[in-house]
Ligand binder design. Structure first.
Ligand code: IPE
Ligand code: IPE
Ligand code: MG
Length: 245
């Protein structure tokens, strides 16, 4: 069955509000095809395009894709600079098409290790989409869950010291307001490709009650059909949140 035939099987009432994806396996895909790692990343961008289009088609509200982690700086200088450039070039190349599709795009993550020029260009480009009210697409760029919590804690302490925030006001909802994902629903479904079954520092606070879906498929091979299948599987699950039923 192709993905077009699978779409009507989705229960529109039970669509996840937010899907987050750990796009893993570009390097192994390149190895398999006897290509250089950077070609794996290029093929990975094509897969992002496909999945964003499908998310728009099914009217998903939020999609977060993990593009570059705070730990990915440990890779070779060549790979890191290629990835930074590829992510920027893809954003610039795709912004008009994203706009046409009513997608609202933003980058979430730490600005710290990225240059001023880079951060400025990201905001400038994303801004063009901020009046759109279709899919909210988050690109997790220089993102780390621990870094996000650390940033939040530092801001909370600063606001508490200045009197802007009272100690009694600090609860889970308040912490949410200090995260990069402020105002967004938690991910209902987290997908990871390539056979690894770990979070790798992705949305560690927000995924406390997420459902997980793992596949051995490498990210560049991840199809529209795989995406719909993950959602169909999610729709069969019973979420209990610690309650009896
Ligand atoms: C995911 O693919 C992309 C990024 C982490 C940027 P990898 O580059 O991690 O691919 P593998 O895990 O080496 O196959
Ligand atoms: C996670 O993949 C980060 C991204 C997909 C951007 P990695 O390939 O960096 O994760 P590990 O090192 O296998 O945990
Ligand atoms: Mg990897």
């Amino acid at each position: 069955m192709n993905y077009k035939e699978l779409i009507p099987k989705l229960n529109k009432q039970k669509l996840p509000q937010h899907i987050a994806i750990i796009m893993d396996g570009n390097g192994r895909w390149a190895d398999q095809h006897k290509k250089r790692r950077i070609e794996g990343h290029r093929a990975g961008v094509k897969a992002v395009r496909r999945i964003v289009e499908t998310a728009v088609e099914i009217e998903l509200a939020y999609l977060t894709v993990y593009a570059f982690s705070t730990e990915n700086w440990r890779r070779s200088k060549n790979e890191v600079s290629y990835l930074l450039k590829l992510i920027m070039d893809s954003l610039i190349k795709e912004i008009d098409e994203l706009n046409k599709n009513n997608v609202n795009i933003r980058f979430i993550g730490s600005k710290k290790e990225l240059s001023k020029k880079y951060n400025k260009k990201v905001i400038e480009t994303c801004k063009k989409s901020w009046n759109n009210n279709g899919l909210h697409l988050n690109v997790a760029m220089n993102y780390g869950g621990r870094r996000e919590l650390l940033d939040a804690i530092q801001e909370i302490v600063a606001d508490s010291k200045s009197g802007k925030l009272l100690e009694a006001e600090i609860n889970e909802n308040k912490v949410n307001e200090y995260l990069y994902t402020a105002g967004m629903p938690d991910p209902d479904l987290v997908i990871r490709t390539s056979g690894e079954e770990r979070l790798s520092n992705f949305l560690i606070w927000q995924s406390a009650y997420s459902e997980f879906w793992f596949t051995k498929t490498l990210w560049p091979d991840f199809s529209r059909r795989d995406f719909i299948k993950a959602i169909l599987d999610y729709q069969k699950r019973k979420r209990r949140y610690g309650a009896r039923k």
